[in-house]
Design a protein around this ligand. Sequence first.
Ligand code: ADP
Ligand code: ZN
Ligand code: ZN
Length: 733
Amino acid sequence: MIPLILRIAVPSPLRRLFDYLPPHNAANPIPGQRYLIPFGRGQSVGILVAVSDHSELPREKLKAVLKQLDQAPLLDAPMMKLLRWACDYYHHPPGEVFQAALPVLLRQERSAAEKGVAHWRLSEAGAALDPATLARAPRQQALLKLLQGVTPSGLTASAIDQHQEKWLPLMRILVEKGWVVREERAASALERGSASDCRPPLTDAQQQAVSAINSDRGFQVSLLDGVTGSGKTEVYLQAIAAVLAQGRQALVLIPEIGLSPQLVSRFARRFAVPIALLHSGLSDGERLSAWQLAAKGEAEIIIGTRSAIFTPMKQPGLIIVDEEHDGSFKQQDGFRYSARDVAVVRARQLNIPIVLGSATPSLESLHNALAGRYRHLLLPERAGNAIHPTMRLLDVRQQPMEEGVSLHLQQAIRHHLEHHGQVLLFLNRRGYAPVMMCHDCGWVSQCPRCDAHMTVYAGQQRLRCHHCASERPLPPQCPDCGSSDLRPIGQGTERIEQHLQALFPGREVLRIDRDTTRRKGSMDKLLEQIHGESGQLLIGTQMLAKGHHFPNVTLVGILDADQGLFSVDFRAAERMAQLIIQVAGRAGRAERPGEVLIQTHVPDHPLLKLLVEKDYAHFALATLQERRAAELPPFFHFALLRAEALERQAPLAFLEAARHCAEQLGHDGVWLLGPIPAPMERRAGRSRAQLLLQAEQRADLHRLLNSWAVALEGIKEGRKVRWSLDVDPVELY
Ligand code: ADP
Ligand code: ZN
Ligand code: ZN
C-alpha cells in the first residue's frame, strides 16, 4: 500500500500547504474535507487540498491529523479548483484563501450537519392578542405588532434587528408571557418567491441581449452596457428564467449596499423558487444555512455581496455581476481578491455564461469588450416611458456661492420644488466640514494619528478622523493660541443639510450618508419617506448613487465635480465619472424628465466635457487612451507590496530588502517602482510605504511573484512590519 500524505491548507500566514499523515481510521480522504490537526502548540481546522505519495519532509517528522471532520467533502472539486487558482493568482496564503470560502461556523470544529437558526413566532395566544393590551410597554407592543404583520413562521434575529434595536430582553418577556415561541429551524435565509409579476414585453435591445445570453452553451462573458434605467435588471430576470427552466442555478453578485428590499422583492415577485440571500446582515447560522442550501441545489437563485462568489452550487447555470464597476467587489484587506474577476474565472472553469452589467462599466471590462474578449451588449435607451435627463455644467468661477451652492443652482432648486419635483444634491463628503481652523493663528484640526484632518461634526460637537478611530470633543478655543474664533472650513453633507433647511424653510430635507444610515433599518425608513412624498430635498454621498430608484426626483445637483479631476490616484477620474453618471441616473426615472446640473471650476476640462456633452462611453474611450499612453491598467498590470509599522524606517527597510530580493531573483519585464512612502504616509499611528510592480505582460509579473511572494516570508526586516501583497490593486494608497 502506498503511504498517503495529506496536503492540508492550514490557517497561517505562510504561502504553503502542510503535510500530515492520515488518521488510523481514515475513511477515503477526498480534497475538500476538513481535518482537525495539531498545529504549533495547539490545534487547528484545515482543509485537505491534495493527497500525495511523498513529502519533502522525512516521514518520521510528519504528524498525524487528529480527526477527519467530514466524510463528504465540504468544498466540491470545481470549488477546490477555483480556490487553488485564487491562491496562485493572488499569491495569498492558501489557509486564508480556503477559509474565506467557508461560512464562519464551518471554520471551526463542528459538524456540517444542519443546525437550526432561532426564529421567534407568535403562539396562538399571541396571534389573538390585541396590541393595545401592551400600550404601557410600547417597545414590547412594537415587537408584537411586527410579528403579527409577518407570516406565521416568524422572524430570525437578523430580520428583527432591521426593525428594532436591543429587542432580545423584551422578546424574552413576550416568550415568558406565552405570546411568543422561540424555536430553532433550518432554511431561514431563503426567500420564497411568489411569481406574482408578469414579464413586460422587452425592448428590441433587451430582447437581443436576452437572446444572446440564452444562446450561450458554455463560457462566454457578456458586458451588458446599458444606461441607467435601460432595463438591465429585466434582462437579468429573463436570462435567469431560461436557466431555471433547465433546472440550473443562478448566482447574482451585487455591490455591498445594493441589496435593497426593493431588489430582493423584484426577484421574489418574478420567480416562485427558493432564493438564498448572502449579505453582511446575516447571523452565522443563517449564512451557513444559505450556503448549504445553495450547495444542495435547493436554493435556485443566490443573491449576495462580494464573498458570495464562493458559494458552492450543485447545478450552476449562470453568474451575473450587477454594477460590475463597483469598488466593493474588491476586498481591501486580508485576501485581496476581486469578486468580479474571480466570477469570470469561475464561469470559465464551470463553462457557463456570465453577465457583467453596468451603466458605467469599469475601464478594465470595457477594454476587454473592445478587444473582443467580452461580448458587448448595449442598451442605449431607457426602458418604458422614461427619458434621459439632460446634463449641464455650471461654471461657478467668480459666481457668488453660499455654502458651496451657487445662486444659479439655488434658483434651479427653487423652480423644481415649486413644480413638485424632488431635488437630489450630491456631495461625496460627510460631516459638517472637512477641517476646523483657527482664524487667529492658523491652527488646523490635524488628526494626531494620521496625515489627515479631522472632520467637524456640528450636531455632535465632535471632531472625527475618517481614516482611524480618533475622535474628540470640538475644542471651545484654539488649542494653540486660545482664540475662540474657530471656523469650520469647507462643506460636508451635514452643513449642506443645515443650509438647505435655512434656505427652504418648511421643506423636508433628508440626508443620506453613512452617518444617518448607521442604525439598522434607518436606510429603509429614509427610502420609504422619499418614496412617499414629493417636494423634498435630498442630500447625500455616494450611497445615493447605488441602485435606488427615486421616481420623483427631477433635479440632480452635483456640488463638486472637481474633486476627482486632480487626485494623485489615477483611477479618481474614472470613479468620479461613474458617480456623476450613476447619481444623474436617479433623476427622471418615471414619466417626468430630469435635469442634472454639475458645478465645476474647470468647465473646459476635456474629460469632464466629454462626459457631460457626449456620454460615459466617450469619456471612457478618451480615458483609456490616456491610460495606454501612461502605461497604466488595464494596459499594464500592477502588484503592490505594502508595509507598515509604528517606526518610520521599518517599512522602507523591509521594502528595500524586498526590492533587492526581486533583483536577485531576476525581474525581466517587470519594473520595480519604489519603495516610497504611501501617499498618506501616517495612518492610525503607523507609517506606511509601498513598492509597486508594473508589467506589460501579466505572465512576467506572475513569474516574478511566484518565487518572490514566498521569498518575502524569509526577509528578516519583515518581522518588524505588517506587510501585504495586492495583485491588481484598485487603491494605490
Ligand atoms: P436598470 O437595471 O438598467 O437600471 P431596470 O431593469 O431597473 O433598469 O428598469 C428600469 C425601469 O424600467 C423599471 O421600473 C422597470 O420595471 C422598467 N422596465 C424595464 N424593462 C422594461 C420594458 N421592457 N418595458 C417597460 N418597462 C420596463
Ligand atoms: Zn489659534
Ligand atoms: Zn486619524
